[in-house]
Design a protein around this ligand. Structure first.
Ligand code: ADP
Length: 713
C-alpha cells in the first residue's frame, strides 16, 4: 500500500489520533506490510518513510530479536489474533531500545479484515526504572538470602548458585513487561525452593544427627555426653552404660548422681575444669573404682573429656570417650610381677646369676654369689659395662663370646678357667658357664643372662685325683709287668717241674724195681737193720713216686693233657686199698665206718690220687692226732667221701685257698712239714673234671674234714 493512499474517513480519524498519540503507531495491510507509521515512529528511528514502510521497519529490529518478532507477527496475522511482543529497535542515536508493541486485527464496518493496527511503546526507561527496582529487590533478596545463609552456613555455596540462578532469572525479567510480577513469582518459587532446601537440609541434619546418635550408640568404645555445669547425661551409648554398670536408665541424670563413688577420685574436678577452661583432659591407664552390684571393683581406662561448643562458641557440655584397658593393665602388672619374680629368683638362686643388658653388657642385676665370684664390692660393678667393671676378664675370649650370645647364640662351657683379680689377688677360677640371650616377650634380645657355677674346688680335687690315678696306673702297669714276670717264672718253673719229673721218672722206676726186689729178698735177713732199711727205702721210694706222679699230673693239667679215663668200680674197695697203703706209715688209728659197696663210673686211678692225698694230709698235718675217720655215703645221686683228722686245723681265711696251686699254709707248725702245695690243687681239678665237688671244714687246732662228692652215674 502506497503511503499516499487514500484513507477512509475512519482512516483519517485514525491518522489524526495516531499523529497526536504519544506512542508510536503502526498500521499494516492485509498483506502484512506496514502501510502507515506515525511521526512518533520516525522521530524514534530517525529514518524516512520509504525506508520504514512495507517491511522496511524490520531492518531496524535487533538481529537477535528479528526471527522471534517475525514469527509472532506472522503467526498472529495469520490467525488474526491480538499480539504483544517485545523487541529492540534501532534508535536514531544508533542504540537499540526496548519497545513493546501491541497489535490488534482491524476490521472494516462490514466486518472485513483489513489488517492490523498497533502501538509501540519505548519501555527502555521504564525498564531502566524496573532494573533499578529489580536491583533493589535483588539487594533485598540477597539480604534475605544472606540471612538464610547465616542460618544455613553449610548451604552458602548452594545459595550463591541459587543467587546466580536468580540473577539469570532477573535478566530474563528485564526482557518482559510484567517482569516484576514474574520475578515475584520466581522469588516465591525461589523461596519455595529454599524452603524445600531448608526442609531437606533440616532432614539431612536430622538424618546426620540420627546417624551420629546411632554411630555413638553402636560405637564399640564408651561414649557419653554431659551437658551443663552439673554434667547432666544427654547421650550415653551401651558401651559406657556397661562400664558404669548402673543399668540403661541414665539419660537425664547428673554424672555425680550416677557415679557417687567417684567423689574423691578427682574426676568431678577434671570434668569441671574442662567445662570451665575448654582445655581437653586425657588420662591413660587410670584406675577407676566403680561400684557394680554394691561392690567397688577396680577398672582401668584411657579416657578423654573433650569440651563441646555451641554455634556461638560457648561450652555447653563435655564429651567423655574412653577405652577400657583393664585387661591390658592387669597383663602389664602381671608382666611387672613376673619380672619382679624373676629378679627375686635370680637374687635368691643358689647359683651365681647376672643379667647384662645391651651391646655393652651392662651389669644390671647380679646376685650375691655372682658378686662374690667377681670378688669386687657390689657398688663398683653394678650398672657398668661388664668389661669396664671387670677389666681383668678381658682378653680371655669372653668379649667375642658375649657378642655372639647377644646376637642370639647360646653358650655353654664346663670348667672354663678364668683369671680374675679377686680381692686384689690374681686367681684362676674354674667355672661352668651358661650364657643365654635374655629376650623380651616378643623375642627381642635385650641382653645376656649369665649363669655361672664356680667349680674350682671340684676341678682342683679332680685334678688331684687324676694325678693319683695316673700314679696308680703307673703302679698297676708295674705290677702287671711284675705279675707277667711272675707268670713267666711260673711257666718256666712248671716247665722245669714237668721236664724234671719226666726225666726223674725213668731212673726212679728202675730204682723202685731194684728196691722192691731187694726188699723182698732181704726181708728175712738175719741182720734186722738190713731187713728194716730196705723196707724203709721202699716206703721212701713210693713217696717219691707219689711226688713225681703229682708233678707230672699237674704238668699235664697245665698243658691240658690230663686224661680222665672212666670205668665202673666200687669206691669202697678203692678207699680200703688206700687205707691199707697209708696205715703202715702212721701210728694213728684209721677208722672207717662200715658202709655198703657203691659203684661209681669214674677214673679209678685219679680218684685214688684224691683219696690218697686226703689220707696222707691227715697223717701229715695231725701228728698228734689219735684217729683218722673215713666215711663214704650215698647222698641222692652222689657219693660223698670224707676224711676227718684231729690235727692242727686251718684258719677260716685259709680254707678257700687250700685248693689253689702251690698254696701252703705257712706257720710255725707247718714249717717243718714238707710239701709243694699241689696235692689239693690236683684233687680239686680231678673232682671238677668228674662233675663233683670238693671242700674242707676246719677250725684251727681242732682238726679238719676234707670232702668230695662224685656223681654216681
Ligand atoms: P702239701 O701238703 O704238699 O703242702 P697239699 O695241696 O696237699 O700240699 O695241701 C696244701 C696245704 O693244705 C698244706 O700245705 C697244708 O697247709 C694244708 N692242709 C692240707 N691238709 C691238711 C690237714 N688235714 N690239716 C691241716 N692242714 C692241711
Amino acid at each position: 500500500m502506497a503511503p499516499d493512499q487514500e484513507f477512509t474517513p475512519d482512516d483519517h480519524q485514525y491518522r489524526k489520533l495516531a499523529e497526536a498519540a504519544p506512542a508510536m503507531i503502526w498500521v499494516a495491510g492485509i498483506d502484512k506490510q506496514f502501510e502507515y507509521l506515525n511521526s512518533c515512529w520516525f522521530r524514534f528511528t530517525g529514518r524516512l518513510q520509504n525506508e520504514e514502510l512495507g517491511f522496511g521497519w524490520t531492518n531496524g529490529i535487533h538481529p537477535d530479536d528479528l526471527n522471534r518478532c517475525l514469527s509472532i507477527y506472522n503467526s498472529s496475522f495469520d490467525s488474526r489474533k491480538e499480539f504483544k511482543m517485545e523487541f529492540r529497535l534501532k534508535h536514531n542515536d544508533d542504540t537499540y531500545r526496548w519497545l513493546v508493541t501491541h497489535g490488534v486485527p482491524k476490521y472494516g464496518n462490514s466486518g472485513k479484515f483489513e489488517g492490523y493496527i498497533g502501538s509501540c511503546m519505548d519501555v527502555e526507561e521504564l525498564l531502566e526504572t524496573e532494573r533499578v527496582r529489580k536491583e533493589f529487590i535483588k539487594a533485598e533478596l540477597l539480604e534475605r538470602e544472606q540471612a538464610l545463609n547465616e542460618e544455613l552456613a553449610a548451604t552458602n555455596e548452594e545459595l550463591a548458585a541459587i543467587n546466580e540462578e536468580q540473577a539469570a532469572t532477573n535478566e530474563e525479567f528485564l526482557a518482559i513487561n510484567d517482569e516484576l510480577q514474574t520475578s515475584r513469582e520466581n522469588l516465591a518459587a525461589l523461596n519455595n525452593e529454599l524452603e524445600e532446601r531448608i526442609r531437606m537440609r533440616t532432614a539431612d541434619l536430622i538424618e546426620s544427627e540420627h546417624r551420629i546418635s546411632s554411630m555413638v550408640a553402636s560405637a564399640p568404645f564408651p561414649i557419653g555426653v554431659y551437658e551443663g555445669k552439673e554434667m547432666r547425661i544427654v547421650l550415653a551409648n551401651q558401651s559406657i552404660m556397661d562400664v558404669w554398670g548402673k543399668g540403661n536408665n541414665v539419660i537425664g541424670k547428673t554424672y555425680s548422681e550416677l557415679l557417687p563413688e567417684l567423689i574423691n577420685t578427682g574426676i568431678y574436678q577434671q570434668l569441671d575444669t574442662v567445662f570451665t577452661t575448654g582445655i581437653p583432659f586425657h588420662a591413660t591407664h587410670q584406675r577407676v573404682d566403680i561400684e557394680i552390684n554394691g561392690k567397688l571393683l577396680p577398672f582401668y581406662f584411657n579416657y578423654s573429656f573433650t569440651p563441646l561448643h555451641d554455634s556461638s562458641g560457648q561450652i555447653y557440655g563435655v564429651m567423655n570417650t574412653a577405652a577400657e584397658v583393664t585387661d591390658l593393665v592387669t597383663a602389664m602388672q602381671q608382666v611387672e610381677a613376673n619380672e619382679e619374680n624373676l629378679h627375686n629368683m635370680i637374687l635368691q638362686a643358689p647359683v651365681a646369676i647376672c643379667i647384662l643388658l645391651g651391646p655393652d653388657h651392662i651389669i644390671t642385676l647380679a646376685n650375691q654369689l655372682m658378686v662374690d665370684l667377681w670378688g669386687k664390692p657390689v657398688q663398683e660393678v653394678m650398672d657398668r659395662p661388664v668389661f669396664e667393671a671387670l677389666p681383668d676378664a678381658r682378653g680371655q675370649g669372653l668379649e667375642q663370646l658375649m657378642k655372639d650370645v647377644y646376637a642370639g647364640k647360646s653358650f655353654k662351657a664346663s670348667e672354663m678357667p678364668v683369671t680374675l683379680l679377686r680381692n686384689g689377688k690374681e686367681e684362676v677360677v674354674y667355672q661352668n658357664f651358661v650364657y643365654e640371650p635374655y629376650k623380651d616377650s616378643n623375642g627381642n634380645i635385650l641382653g645376656i643372662i649369665a649363669i655361672t657355677i664356680d667349680v674350682t674346688e671340684q676341678v682342683l680335687a679332680r685334678k688331684k685325683i687324676e694325678h693319683s690315678e695316673a700314679e696308680l696306673l703307673l703302679i698297676k702297669a708295674k705290677l702287671e709287668d711284675e705279675l707277667e714276670a711272675g707268670r713267666r717264672l711260673q711257666r718256666q718253673k712248671d716247665d722245669f717241674i714237668g721236664i724234671a719229673s719226666h726225666e726223674l721218672k725213668t731212673p726212679l722206676t728202675s730204682i723202685t724195681a731194684i728196691v722192691q726186689l731187694l726188699n723182698r729178698k732181704l726181708k728175712d735177713h738175719e741182720d734186722p737193720f738190713i731187713a728194716g732199711a730196705m723196707g724203709k727205702a721202699n716206703v721212701q721210694v713210693q713217696k717219691m713216686i707219689g711226688l713225681i706222679n703229682g708233678f707230672l699230673n699237674v704238668s699235664r693239667l697245665e698243658s691240658g693233657k690230663l686224661l680222665i679215663e672212666k670205668q665202673l668200680f666200687d669206691i669202697k674197695d678203692l678207699i680200703i686199698e688206700n687205707i691199707d697203703d697209708i696205715k703202715v706209715t702212721t701210728a694213728q688209728l684209721i677208722r672207717m665206718k662200715t658202709f655198703n659197696s657203691i659203684e661209681v663210673f669214674a677214673d679209678r686211678e685219679k680218684i685214688g690220687i684224691v683219696i690218697s692225698n686226703f689220707l696222707s694230709n691227715a697223717v701229715k698235718y695231725a701228728p698228734m692226732g689219735k684217729h683218722i675217720d673215713v666215711n663214704c655215703s650215698k647222698i641222692g645221686n652222689f657219693v660223698q667221701v670224707s676224711v676227718k683228722d684231729e690235727g692242727m686245723g686251718v684258719k677260716q681265711e685259709d680254707l678257700e685257698k687250700l685248693f689253689d696251686r702251690y698254696y701252703r699254709v705257712e706257720n710255725s707248725k707247718t714249717k717243718d712239714i714238707s710239701g709243694f702245695g699241689i696235692g689239693l690243687y690236683l684233687s680239686s681239678e680231678i673232682i671238677n673234671h668228674h662233675g663233683g665237688k670238693i671242700w674242707a671244714e676246719s677250725k684251727l687246732d681242732q682238726g679238719s674234714t676234707f670232702y668230695f662228692t662224685l656223681p654216681i652215674n
